[in-house]
Design a binder for this molecule. Structure first.
Ligand code: NAD
Ligand code: IPM
Ligand code: MN
Length: 357
């Protein structure tokens, strides 16, 4: 198949991990007979430096014309002055809003080999297989902000329609997995959470074959560490989802491992690892590329319908981890390129075995 993929490397380790993901996609294209056309565009801090805008018009046009968008990360200390008028993160938020990608899927699996890296006891990690569905284009991120000398506000606003569509997506995804949805809110305090809970209860009637439970976000933060294997699909608002998924990365062993897919109504999606630009390790060739590579797998599955190729990448990543080719965040000594080359070698090996069979 032919596909147009917009590539937005961004800042810090963004370019390093994005190059890794693109090289895996190039291998997949050559091996499975697809034609992927990549168009690299600026976003974030480097775009501010180049033209004063963290989401240049040209970048947005290319993204809207693409079948999928692959993004590295944005931000860094040089653009983080609290008084700055324009910030790299604004570019990413605008891109998510412009693409209408309201459902952010963040799968979390724990590989046996990495369980020992988690601060949790191994037995608690057995069978952990979570899918977070984070609402991505509403809530405190997009509400009205005000600021005077000594007062600041961030409005949290949700409409029923915004809640319904992301809940429906979570229920639909639950049907492809364990048929359980945990909806996370703060309904004991927040009005938006009470609307969220009411709406979740109503949407649940459309999915009688899926079980719904509610959890308050503070206790969910604890339950995620005490009984992570007890959950299947976890759906929540934008800010809670941001925080809980970084917490969940500790189950998997490193923030560098977790991919994400952001989807709206059509098939076009935005794919990015959940980690940031990691300024502390940027430019040293040691970033873990697996979160970005697994995001490329999600791109193949959700935007291009190439589920065989997506699964092949995921299995190749598993084999590389099992073989102990690990970056430093996972206790190994492999560099970004070495880890990426190992994934491509594992893909090639599997392809040849299948052809021989
Ligand atoms: P971060 O995710 O960049 O880093 C947190 C810690 O995890 C650091 O110690 C870092 O070295 C480590 N880490 C992250 N990704 C890694 C990888 N692939 N391999 C190895 N180690 C990795 O979070 P932060 O330091 O709080 O934020 C830095 C900047 O990134 C901020 O400007 C923030 O706004 C931005 N950010 C961007 C995105 C995004 O673009 N999607 C996401 C999160 C944070
Ligand atoms: C993420 C990031 C972003 C978010 C920032 C960089 C705007 O932390 O993708 O998780 O909070 O959504
Ligand atoms: Mn985050």
């Amino acid at each position: 198949m032919k596909a147009r993929i917009a590539v937005l490397p961004g800042d810090g380790i963004g370019p390093e991990v994005t190059a890794a993901a693109v090289s895996v996609l190039r291998h997949v294209a050559a091996h499975y007979g697809h034609e992927f056309e990549f168009s690299e565009q600026a976003i974030g801090g480097c775009a501010i430096d180049a033209c004063g805008d963290p989401l240049p018009a040209e970048t947005l046009i290319v993204c809207k014309q693409a079948d999928a968008v692959l993004l590295g990360a944005v931000g860094g200390p040089q653009w983080s002055d609290p008084k700055a008028k324009v910030r790299p993160e604004q570019g990413l938020l605008r891109l998510r809003a412009e693409l209408g990608v309201y459902a952010n899927l963040r799968p979390v699996r724990v590989q046996a080999r990495l369980a020992e890296l988690s601060p949790l006891k191994n037995e608690r990690l057995a069978g952990v297989d979570l899918l977070f569905v984070r609402e991505l284009t509403g809530g405190a991120y997009f509400g009205v902000k005000t600021r005077s000398a000594d007062t600041a506000t961030d409005e949290t606003r949700y409409t029923t329609a915004e809640i319904e569509r992301v809940l429906r997506r979570a229920f639909q995804l639950a049907r492809t997995r364990g048929r359980r949805v945990t909806s996370v809110d703060k309904a004991n305090v927040l009005e938006t959470s009470r609307l969220w809970r009411e709406t979740a209860q109503r949407v649940a009637h459309e999915f009688p074959d899926v079980a719904l439970e509610h959890q308050l976000v503070d206790s969910m933060a604890m339950l995620l560490l005490t009984r992570p294997a007890a959950y299947d699909v976890i759906v929540t608002e934008n800010l809670f989802g941001d925080i809980l998924t970084d917490e969940a990365a500790a189950l998997a062993g490193s923030l560098g491992l977790l991919p994400s897919a952001s989807l709206g109504e059509g098939t076009r999606g935005l794919y990015e690892p959940i980690h940031g630009s990691a300024p502390d390790i940027a430019g040293r060739g040691i970033a873990n590329p697996l979160g970005a590579i697994l995001s490329a797998a999600l791109l193949l599955r959700h935007s291009l319908g190439l589920s065989t190729e997506a699964a092949a990448i995921e299995q190749a990543v598993d084999r590389v981890v099992d073989a102990g080719v690990l970056t430093r965040d996972l206790g190994g000594s492999a560099g970004t390129r070495e880890a990426t080359a190992a994934v491509i070698a594992a893909l090639a090996e599997r392809g040849n075995t299948q052809e021989a069979a």
